[in-house]
Design a protein around this ligand. Sequence first.
Ligand SMILES: [Zn+2]
Length: 72
Amino acid sequence: MGLSRLVLFLVLFTAGYWLWKKFSNQKKTKQPAATATHMVRCNHCDLYLAQEQATQKNDQWYCCADHARQDN
Ligand SMILES: [Zn+2]
């Protein structure tokens, strides 16, 4: 293996490592925003739960369809 090949290998290795680091950093910073859940309170029983699991009715949040129906 000549010196130029060794240098080329080192450059490729460094570039690959830099790209991998950049990519994994992006993944890390993007994840919290994607998994961040907004907590809402059930208007009937005061239970806190994630908004995506809650039921909305008349601008109020409920933990289940039953409570949404019972609370008018
Ligand atoms: Zn409830």
